[in-house]
Design a protein around this ligand. Structure first.
Ligand SMILES: NC(=O)c1ccc[n+]([C@@H]2O[C@H](COP(=O)([O-])OP(=O)(O)OC[C@H]3O[C@@H](n4cnc5c(N)ncnc54)[C@H](OP(=O)(O)O)[C@@H]3O)[C@@H](O)[C@H]2O)c1
Length: 165
């Protein structure tokens, strides 16, 4: 299982249940990386999408205590999620947020794709600083890329000891 997110220089990922920046190149990277795959998200992240609709061309698994929305597969607990995930190849599964879901699932991810934005987006939701997490190692760091007035780097972290599930 892998995770993907875009974070600012303080490891902030969101504000007012939306993204911090509008970044076409990062959106393209996200689309291409997760196309045809299984994406795992929290209920608030689903609600943050246009019209609250699931992402097309992907299996949308949504963690929530509520009933699953049409076009999504619901999981009411991590145990239920892990049972569901056993039915998909592990390398096809991407954790796509938000804060509560990254916090819960990053320890289980073998690899994390982080788009780092050199700016402070004044976030209200954050992910753990992977540079301070003992298990995570920065495996690849891309050259700076300009996107809508911001400077990005596409980075990959590897987890040296992903938790089994
Ligand atoms: N920068 C990025 O790459 C990125 C990516 C994704 C999201 N985001 C941002 O992240 C923010 C949202 O994060 P968030 O933490 O507030 O919300 P979230 O993680 O998207 O959703 C939280 C909800 O998910 C459900 N949930 C979480 N863990 C669960 C569990 N173990 N069992 C059952 N249900 C569970 C609960 O839904 P119920 O209340 O229905 O029970 C909970 O209220 C937004 O600003 C969004 O834009 C950023």
């Amino acid at each position: 299982m892998r995770a993907i997110f875009c974070a600012d220089e303080k490891w902030g990922i969101g504000k007012d249940n939306g993204l911090l920046f509008s970044l076409p190149k990062d959106m393209k990277f996200f689309r291409e990386t997760t196309k045809g795959k299984v994406v795992v998200m929290g209920r608030k992240t689903l609600e943050s999408f246009p019209g609250g609709q699931p992402l097309k061309g992907r299996v949308n698994i949504v963690l929530s205590s509520q009933e699953a929305k049409e076009g999504t597969v619901g999981a009411k607990s991590l145990d239920e999620l892990f049972a569901l995930l056993k039915t998909y190849p592990e390398d096809e599964v991407f954790v796509i947020g938000g804060e509560s879901v990254y916090n819960a699932l990053l320890p289980y991810c073998s690899e994390v794709y982080v788009t780092k934005v050199a700016a402070d987006g004044k976030a209200d939701t954050f992910v753990p600083n992977l540079d301070e997490e003992e298990a995570f190692v920065l495996a690849a760091e891309g050259e700076p890329v300009e996107d809508n007035g911001y400077t990005l780097r596409f980075c990959t972290y590897k987890n040296s000891a992903p938790k089994p599930f």
